[in-house]
Design a protein around this ligand. Structure first.
Ligand SMILES: Cc1cc2nc3c(=O)[nH]c(=O)nc-3n(C[C@H](O)[C@H](O)[C@H](O)COP(=O)(O)OP(=O)(O)OC[C@H]3O[C@@H](n4cnc5c(N)ncnc54)[C@H](O)[C@@H]3O)c2cc1C
Length: 386
């Protein structure tokens, strides 16, 4: 472990490790091979997570969550990163956006998610609007006190069929100094509403068994009380969470990198060619050394971002730097680990090929590396008026 912890954090980590030994690691290979987490296994993970206090551990105690500090959550995300989303997403950490629920929404959406009675999806991406979220075509128009929703979403991921989706849709346009800008609103949309079709979408080779869903809305009537936050302020609601989401991607990449590095180091120490362990060849040893250095740097960036967030000083570019650095560090390390394993790195018998496939997604979701670099560049140029 390349990060420092206090005694309480060590205890938490030991609970998480035992939980993972019992509930995740024994099933990884089967889930990757079959592309499914059997419902019974998913429910068992859910139940065990509740028993040990890991379910909804990210949400505050006032709403029934675990009330963990950001440092503690970081440890969990880092450790969970060693395995597959297909498994650890059953030990849910409901999206913090739900804390924007008000009035009856708390009983209908937030609290059931904390108790594990309901599951949500976060639905922003569309077939024609990925990186360019503002290019979204989903829209809602007012009809008396109701809203009528039309459009579609894809690549919306979760462990199982959800009960509702948090759907981002355009509800008008504002004039701004930079031209017209869509007003985007977040809606709470129940699965089963007339006109709302939610079905399994294409399968990803990263995190096999973690489902993606495609959603389509054909004149879906949403009654009063279905806007999360305020009309036209959907991105403000989302942004409160997206930043931290990117830090958790970073933490999770560090965990996976640590696991891969351990495997590669062990292989380099034991595999002999030309009468020596291959780790003694500089070309192999330096790959390990670079991996260890870059992992240390990535972990420090996550620590720094968590500290900034705790002080209320984390900016978009801080989260972007963590996301891009940690995910690229992981992909380089995973690729080096396959190289160190030689042909065996690509064989199904070993988990390296699975971890390499899983790693690849991290540079794409939650905003691609290119989009993160845009965020960083913008933060540098804008103060100079460019
Ligand atoms: C398994 C999986 C799960 C997902 N889960 C969710 C989810 O739960 N909810 C959700 O809303 N979304 C989810 N996504 C969507 C994910 O966030 C998008 O795939 C991602 O934002 C990229 O969008 P895109 O795939 O449409 O790629 P595109 O936007 O088409 O990008 C293609 C390429 O063009 C590059 N590019 C685009 N614009 C620019 C630019 N201006 N400058 C430079 N390069 C650019 C990109 O960086 C990328 O390399 C998921 C995706 C996957 C694969």
């Amino acid at each position: 472990m390349t990060i420092m912890m206090d005694h309480e954090e060590e205890l938490l980590l030991s609970t998480v490790k035992s939980f993972m030994e019992e509930n995740f690691y024994p099933h990884e290979e089967m889930v990757d091979r079959t592309g499914e987490v059997p419902e019974e296994l998913g429910r068992q993970i859910e139940a065990r997570a509740k028993e040990v206090g890991l379910y909804a551990c990210n949400l505050p105690e006032e709403v029934g969550g675990g009330g963990l500090s950001l440092s503690a959550q970081r440890l969990i995300e880092r450790e969970y990163g060693k395995t597959s989303h297909a498994l650890h997403s059953w030990a849910a950490r409901p999206t913090e956006i739900l804390l924007a629920c008000e009035g009856d929404q708390r009983d209908e959406y937030l609290l059931p998610c904390v108790r594990g009675e309901k599951r949500e999806l976060f639905a922003l991406t569309e077939p024609e609007a990925g990186s360019d979220a503002m290019g979204m075509r989903s829209n809602a128009v007012r009809d008396g006190d109701d809203w009528i929703l039309n459009g579609s979403k894809h690549f919306i991921s979760g462990p199982c069929m959800p009960d509702f989706a948090i759907v981002f849709a355009a509800t008008g346009e504002d004039e701004t100094p930079r031209g017209k800008r869509k007003r985007v609103t977040a809606f709470l949309v129940d699965v089963g509403l007339p006109g709302f079709d939610c079905r399994e979408g294409t399968k990803s080779v990263s995190y096999r068994g973690y489902k993606t869903y495609q959603l389509s809305f054909d004149n879906v009537r949403l009654g009063p009380g279905k806007i999360l936050g305020e009309e036209g302020r959907g991105f403000e609601v989302a942004n409160q969470w997206l930043g931290m989401g990117r830090i958790w991607v970073g933490a999770s990449c560090c965990g996976k990198a640590e696991r891969i590095l351990e495997m590669a180091t062990e292989w380099a120490a034991n595999r002999k060619q030309f009468g020596k362990p291959i780790g003694q060849f500089q070309a192999t040893g330096f790959r390990l050394a670079n991996g260890a250095m870059n992992l240390r740097a990535a972990d420090l960036m996550v620590s720094d971002a968590v500290a900034r967030h705790e002080r209320g000083q984390m900016a978009d570019q801080d989260a972007a730097m963590v996301k891009v650095f940690c995910s690229e560090m992981l992909c380089q390390l995973a690729d080096d680990a396959v190289q160190i394993h030689g042909g065996m790195g690509l064989m199904e018998e070993l988990p390296i090929q699975r971890l390499w496939r899983d790693s690849r997604l991290e540079r794409i979701w939650d905003g691609t590396s290119e989009i993160q670099r845009h965020i960083i560049t913008r933060s540098m140029l804008r103060p100079l008026g460019a």
